[in-house]
Ligand binder design. Structure first.
Ligand code: BEZ
Ligand code: FE
Length: 287
């Protein structure tokens, strides 16, 4: 018999209404989503004007979302959700470099470059860093010959090439292969901090929270090889500005690189450890 609506009865009925989802994992996630959202509304006693603000905020996020930009992903990033998922999904020993969120600026199919080649076009301003290191098996320490390293970074003006018509296509992006001994070498731009996009509703959120919008200087890497879990990570500059207050909560002690002065540029030696497992390809947020 239909009873009077109460806070608890609505939650119970809503969860029950989705109990016929055939996929057990999807059923579990939807039930938990409803329970947690209802709990939030009850805990803070969300008001009607606050709910109107929330759905308008979502509409504003949708309005700035398109093939080149996803404001929903950015919101998840600045709330710490994206990095939380990486940490939960990839628990690794302290000795291994950590997993990082892939971020909104990854593009697949970057040009495959020769060992030692630069990902920066000659006219890209900024210091250069020569990066060398080894890719090896986390469990046996054996080199992973032929491992693929896909890397990308922002220019010193804070823009990735897809955001900046002045940069050549695929500037500051490249794929490299480790040699028989698992070693690799490439040249990149000495990374500098840059802000996440703040001209949308997520920018409003950062401003009301009085948070700065910067990501500390970093270079992205995806390291992969058949038979190994794909490592998605970022290398941050040890001692760099704002490394303790990354706007998306990614920087951590297991992702710091020592960038040392070397001639008129810098040198970084950095190793990547892969764990035996299934090699996957992350979905590229950009075309
Ligand atoms: C990035 O590092 O490319 C990034 C990550 C999260 C939000 C914005 C940018
Ligand atoms: Fe980045």
């Amino acid at each position: 018999m239909l009873g009077r609506n109460t806070g608890d009865s609505i939650t119970e009925r809503a969860v029950g209404a989705y109990s016929q989802i055939a996929d057990p994992r999807l059923r579990e996630v939807v039930a938990a989503l409803i329970q947690h959202l209802h709990a939030l509304v009850k805990e803070v006693r969300l008001t009607e004007p606050e709910w109107e603000f929330a759905w308008d905020f979502m509409a504003r996020m949708a309005a700035v979302t398109g093939p080149e930009r996803n404001e929903f992903l950015l919101l998840a990033d600045v709330l710490g959700l994206s990095q939380l998922i990486e940490v939960i999904d990839h628990d690794r020993p302290d000795s291994a470099v950590g997993f990082a969120l892939v971020g909104p600026f990854y593009r697949a199919n970057a040009p495959v470059r020769a060992r030692g080649e630069s990902i920066a076009s000659p006219d890209t301003t900024g210091d250069r860093v020569r990066i060398t290191g080894r890719v090896y098996d986390l469990t046996t320490s054996a080199p992973i010959a032929g491992a693929t390293l896909s890397t990308w970074q922002a220019a010193t003006n804070g823009l990735y090439e897809n955001q900046d018509p002045a940069q050549p296509d695929y500037n500051l992006r490249g794929q490299f292969h480790a040699d028989e001994a698992g070693t690799y070498e490439l040249v990149a731009l000495m990374p500098t901090p840059y802000p996440v996009p703040i001209d949308g509703p997520v920018g409003d959120l950062l401003r009301v929270a009085r948070r700065h919008p910067y990501r500390p200087a970093h270079i992205h890497f995806i390291v992969s090889h058949p038979g190994y879990e794909t490592l998605i990570t970022q290398v941050f500059v040890e001692g760099g500005e704002m490394v303790d207050s990354d706007v998306v909560f990614t920087s951590g002690a297991n992702m710091l690189g020592r960038f040392e002065r070397d001639g008129d540029g810098y040198h970084l030696h950095y190793d990547f450890q892969l764990r035996p497992g299934v090699s996957t390809t992350p979905r590229a947020p950009l075309p």
